[in-house]
Design a protein around this ligand. Structure first.
Ligand code: MG
Length: 598
């Protein structure tokens, strides 16, 4: 219901009058992440790591329900055949065909190779994996050596863990059961007699290629009937008979193949799960140490976490510019889904690393409708009560929201709060969510500098500001705010398009301002806000410069703002266009914060 409501509201907002507020209907009500809980903040730093020994803030591993008994699939496994829930061969097809039904025979709780019918391959592709598979060689012993009970688990269709009746059956060592075929024999032969079940637990890391070049070979660990038989073996190349076959580049995921080698080998209880790697949930970017960089020794914390304007892409870009070109120490935080432990802006109740605000000199925030747990919110609270300076981009006029039944101590910070009218946005930044003043996605924004703002140090080298995101309605800004830029609604989406004629530009909305703020019982602080800030807006050089200049200003370095601050992008900055993503989009992407540094 939520997603259909969201679709409706979104579609409505696009076509309807732009003064109608969009409600925060895209909430992702996941479980609140646990923590920070038990741990230390004063222990030694682990080498090459974000973490201290016993680090209080180190994310706890995801909770996964194990199988009912040993060998049964845990909750995060993909079951490929269990004879109960997956009692057919629907997860498999005939190898090398687009969609041909798997031609093997189904039995009671197992399936059986049909000689000459072709090998099977999974319909789904897998990368680094843990694979459990049970097999039994034909009870009726026929043939010898490689002709007896031969099949194989061929990962990605290229790397074979041999299946063979190796019970009292001599063959070459690198071709017996649990060998990496043609390369490495198993450490021991623990094959059960024909007709009895064997279990393989295979941990396989796929090879890595950079273009045509192998950068990391495949690696396999195999337990046969619970006994270690291959210990992190690096494969020499692809599977081959009487030959050595070198690595050939292939995609990072591929099917699991079960070999048809002509014998009626049986299989059951097949499941696979991706290998999980600990993902660092934030990025630390120390300032460059070149002489004369003014940002030296100042710590800027950049807080992303909006599900529409791709701040998970723009803020790492700013951190790179601020650290490498201006010497600021930067930490970039992200919305992290505790289940995948990767970047997921649709997940609204977790931004790990906010304790970095405690010793930050300034913050750059671009969040939208977050409802973070109190133990995370308290760091925002402490920051603004201390009157520290910050920069608010785009959706940060409505950075927080809390469901009606929320028990949060910060519920009154919500964008639509009645208790503290307009919440954090209205009370601190000067405006909460009001409207799309320009039509969303069809009327772009041009920055116009008003006469009285000329000469502001924040506007040094800033002349030509343009971006495809629309002008926000800003109608509650207190008169004490210092408006640096007005938003001209453009009649189209191109920089060459003219201003929209008519009342929307008479007068123009504030687009960027500075103001003082004060929390109840807090110190006075200052902030800079611009309601521009889609990741694609920042392809505009002068808009990047505006934010970089504002960063200087925020930490008291306004007299050090260069005439034309360096804001050079790398070629890797190719921001995604704004818009909402499907609720599951980021779950499958498993984006690591470090991958987002352009
Ligand atoms: Mg084989």
């Amino acid at each position: 219901m939520r997603s259909s409501l969201r679709l409706f509201v979104f579609a409505f907002a696009v076509v309807a009058s732009s003064v109608i507020a969009v409600s925060p209907s895209s909430m992702c009500l996941g479980q609140t992440p646990p923590g920070p809980g038990v741990g230390y903040t004063n222990t030694p730093q682990l080498p090459n790591s974000l973490w201290r020994v016993h680090d209080k803030y180190r994310p706890r591993p995801a909770v996964v329900k194990p199988g009912e008994s040993l060998g049964q699939p845990p909750a995060d496994a993909t079951v490929l055949f269990d004879g109960v829930d997956v009692a057919d061969l629907s997860k498999w097809k005939k190898q090398g065909t687009k969609d041909e039904t798997a031609p093997w025979k189904l039995g009671e709780g197992y399936f059986e190779e049909v000689g000459g019918s072709g090998s099977l391959e999974t319909r789904e592709s897998f990368g680094d994996m843990q694979l459990h598979i049970e097999w039994s060689a034909p009870e009726k012993v026929e043939g010898e050596s490689q002709g007896r009970g031969n099949s194989g688990v061929i990962i990605m269709g290229r790397y074979e863990i041999q299946v063979l009746d190796s019970y009292n059956n001599d063959t070459y060592a690198d071709g017996q059961a649990a060998s990496i075929y043609g390369q490495f024999p198993p450490q021991v032969n623990v094959t059960n007699p024909p007709g009895q079940w064997n279990a393989y637990d295979i941990i396989f890391e796929v090879p890595r290629f950079d273009g045509d070049k192998l950068v990391k070979p495949a690696r396999a660990t195999v337990l046969h009937n619970g006994v270690l038989v291959q210990n992190a073996k690096e494969l020499i190349g692809q599977m081959a008979h009487q030959d050595i076959s070198p690595y050939r580049p292939h995609p990072p995921k591929g099917p699991i193949v079960l070999q048809d080698h002509g014998n009626p080998t049986r299989f059951r209880n097949v499941w696979v799960r991706p290998l999980r790697e600990e993902i660092d949930p934030w990025v630390v970017m120390p300032g460059a140490t070149a002489e004369g960089l003014p940002g030296k020794g100042k710590k800027i914390v950049l807080v992303s976490g909006d599900d529409e304007y791709r701040s998970e892409e723009s803020l790492p870009m700013f951190a790179k510019i601020l650290s490498e070109q201006h010497g600021f120490d930067c930490v970039v935080l992200f919305a992290i889904n505790p289940e995948t432990q990767s970047v997921d802006p649709n997940y609204q109740s977790n931004i790990p690393g906010l304790h970095h605000l405690d010793d930050a000199d300034a913050m750059i925030m671009c969040t939208r409708f977050r409802f973070l747990p109190d133990w995370q919110m308290q760091h925002f609270d402490k920051f603004v009560k201390a009157g520290k300076p910050f920069i608010s981009l785009r959706t940060s006029t409505h950075p927080f929201n809390f469901p009606g039944d929320s028990k949060s101590s910060f519920k009154h910070w919500a964008f639509n709060s009645k208790d503290w009218p307009g919440g954090f946005g209205q009370q601190i930044i000067g405006e909460t969510w009001h409207s799309h003043h320009g039509n969303h996605n069809s009327q772009a924004t041009r920055g116009v500098i008003p006469e009285k703002a000329q000469g502001s140090p924040i506007l040094k080298g800033v002349k030509d500001v343009f971006g495809p995101s629309d002008v926000y309605g800003v109608v509650h800004l207190p008169a004490t705010a210092n408006v640096l830029m007005l938003g001209q609604v453009v009649d189209g989406m191109k920089p060459t398009d003219p201003p929209l004629a008519g009342p929307k530009n008479e007068p123009m909305m504030p687009l960027a301002w500075t103001k003082e703020y004060q929390m109840p019982d807090g110190e006075t602080g200052k902030l800079f806000c611009t309601t521009m800030g889609a990741a694609v807006d920042f392809l505009n050089e002068d808009l990047r410069r505006l934010v970089v200049n504002a960063t200087y200003w925020s930490v008291g370095l306004e007299d050090k703002i260069p005439e034309k601050a360096s804001v050079t992008l790398t070629e890797k900055y190719k921001p995604s266009y704004f818009g909402f993503k499907d609720a599951n989009f980021f779950k499958s992407q498993r984006i690591r914060p470090v991958d987002l540094i352009p």
